[in-house]
Design a protein around this ligand. Structure first.
Ligand SMILES: C[S@@+](CC[C@H](N)C(=O)[O-])C[C@H]1O[C@@H](n2cnc3c(N)ncnc32)[C@H](O)[C@@H]1O
Length: 279
């Protein structure tokens, strides 16, 4: 079988399974199996697929047909221009979370050697991006789930300024003097969860996404201890979802010692990041 034939067949099978971008995914799976890249595969549809690669391709294709995320199958995802390893047990970093990184860098602009905590590190993508941009900073990543922490460790083991801790951000162990606390906490409500695609509901860890009945509860918990752990003038920075954006008034007055600083909208005009300053 040649590459062109395989692509046509895989496209049809993925489309029949409801995969949103069947052509792109078929191409990326073939490139992965042939240890090649998309352009090379597209340029040579006549290339014969070796029998040894056909078995691997069959297994990759079946996984994608079952709606396993392409990023888990490939084993990595790109975030902030960096390759982040991902797989079962950690959330695949979303493009909108780059707004969190962007906002953190803006808040840290005037600070030298700042001390930063990320609550809920997941894959470690946010800390990887920040630690590359700010090698002078000291970072602590707090993650409750053992499997997610293993992914953070895999992605951050080479970063000398990052320390990872297993723990609960509802009962954090931080004394004080922090410049920034940032988090992309679980914020998907139950009705929103039901509308998510199978890639998310069946494969990504629900504890990374679902916030339970009160959409503001993770933010109140983060605000409660950040108000104690931040130094005056330090910041709390959080990503939010649609359910939280509807409650902007409550978010603005999250805690008596935290003054509303700014919110940032995504390209679709939705508020995605909120920042508060410790008075
Ligand atoms: C939405 S994911 C964000 C992951 C990563 N920071 C990112 O933006 O891609 C939330 C993360 O917080 C972790 N988490 C949820 N509740 C937690 C808690 N109470 N304490 C510590 N980590 C928690 C989850 O396991 C998950 O890894």
């Amino acid at each position: 079988m040649d590459a062109g034939e395989w692509l046509r067949e895989a496209h049809g099978r993925l489309r029949a399974s409801g995969v949103p971008h069947p052509g792109r995914d078929a191409l990326l799976l073939l490139a992965q199996a042939l240890q090649s890249d998309k352009a090379e595969v597209l340029a040579h549809p006549e290339r014969a697929i070796p029998p040894s690669s056909l078995a691997l391709l069959q297994s990759l294709l079946s996984r994608r047909e079952s709606r396993e995320p392409l990023q888990y199958i490939r084993g990595f995802h790109e975030f902030w221009g960096l390759k982040v390893r991902v797989g079962p047990g950690c959330l695949i970093p979303r493009p909108e979370t780059e707004h969190l990184v962007e906002s953190a860098l803006r808040l840290l602009q005037e600070r030298t050697a700042p001390r930063i905590v990320e609550a809920g590190t997941g894959s470690g993508a946010v800390l990887l991006a920040l630690s590359v941009e700010r090698p002078d900073a000291a970072f602590i990543g707090l993650e409750r789930e053992r499997e997610a922490l293993a992914w953070s460790r895999a992605n951050l083991s080479g970063r000398p300024n990052v320390c990872l801790v297993q723990g609960d951000f509802l009962r954090p162990p931080f004394a004080g003097g922090l410049d920034l606390v940032l988090s992309n906490p679980p914020y998907v409500t139950d009705p929103e969860w039901d509308d998510l695609p199978p890639e998310v509901r069946r494969f990504e860890p629900p504890q990374a996404l679902r916030c339970g009945p009160d959409p503001l509860s993770p933010y109140r918990a983060l605000a409660g201890w950040s108000a104690r752990a931040l130094r005056p003038g330090g910041h709390l920075l959080c990503e939010i979802g649609a359910a939280q954006a509807r409650r902007v008034r409550a978010l603005r007055s999250l805690h008596g010692d935290l003054i509303w600083k700014f919110s940032l909208r995504d390209l679709a005009g939705r508020v995605r990041v909120c920042a508060w300053e410790r008075s």
